[in-house]
Design a protein around this ligand. Sequence first.
Ligand code: SPV
Ligand code: MG
Length: 433
Amino acid sequence: MCTKKIYTCFCTDIIHEGHLHIIKEAQKYGKVIVGVLDDAAMIRYNRFPSIEFEERVQMIRCIEGISEVVVQHTIMYDEIISTIHPDFVIHGDNWREGPLKAIRNNVVSLLQKYGGQLIEIPYTYSENVARQNALARAKLAMPEYRRKRLHKLIKLCPIVKTLEVHDGLTGLIAEKTVVENNGELDQFDAMWISSLCDSIAKGKPDIELVDMTSRFRTIDDVLEVTTKPIIFDGDTGGQIEHFVYTVRSLERMGVSAVIIEDKIGLKKNSLFGTEVKQEQDSVEHFCEKLRAGKKVQLTDDFMIIARIESLILEHGMEDALIRARAYVLAGADGIMIHSRKASPDEVLEFCDKFRLENKETPLIVVPTSFSSVTEAELTQHGINIVIYANQLTRSAFPAMEQTAKDILRYHRAKEVESRLLPIREIISLIDEL
Ligand code: SPV
Ligand code: MG
């Protein structure tokens, strides 16, 4: 009887002929052990699984020719290889390029240590495989699947990494960017439709001038080409009588959360702080708005997050904490605390104090002015979601402006060419259906 062990890891929520081919090949070498990558690891590497983890395990158990199914908890193979000690690892050759190469390197070096062998077989590129992958992705974009994912991510991730997007193109960047960093893979979890950047993209100031119909149009452009959950910047939420309609529309579209800030009257961007006239809403009135929103919400998936402006408006830590308590009692599904200080200290102090009395309610921060703070530090202070609220827009503007200046300066475009995306890449940037 053959006692050799061959291991492969499946990071998938669909089984297609490519997977079956791997199993068939693996059987030639010995007893086949399949690892199922857990959800937390899978979302760093691939798309969010469209079925529950237990179902994925069950689905793989049903494949003929597998001796054992185990759970792989990390993208890198250190833990699983030291536990199983396989004679062979088998994988499709698609991991030789791009960010997946880091995983291949990890496996090769682990196997080398004890003389294990890597078997690589040609990846199955077929019309059926491409169609099944596209279908699984399309399903993730449907409102009923997308909307509830933010709740899941908060449970799964140490911190939900959220990037500002304001159109289809920035949506694609948030959706598709995967990096290999120190031997780990990473990607964004969610998207933020910022009032500032949505307004700027339209050449308008961030004063609730761009109306909801236009803001919804932006959301729709993003929804069209992405699958990740959306957190919508709802400004002040407007009149209570209007906010209830906004909640209904956002929920129907498949947005996961709206954040509304406790300001009233003409809203100005928070990063102006006290340099401009801004008025904070009363606790009572803002709570009424939160309650009204929660009352009209139709699913348990949607979140209404209360944003506290006490630190921005220099009303003090105690005011921020009083408001946080009241907003949670009024039904807020999360608290965003904002600050325009260069140091994260006041935000972290708020979070520490809030967490002493409330361990559950998600905390959200936007480290724009205090950008030196790391995700690990935020996690240590009980923060669940970090929003990178404007960095894509801020990086695009100077790049575009410089290009415009240089074309004017040189009376031709040759001098800017080396900074540009090659024509070959721009024409094939967007996949066709
Ligand atoms: C936005 O991105 O529009 C925000 C965050 O509301 S801030 O600009 O910091 O107020
Ligand atoms: Mg805003």
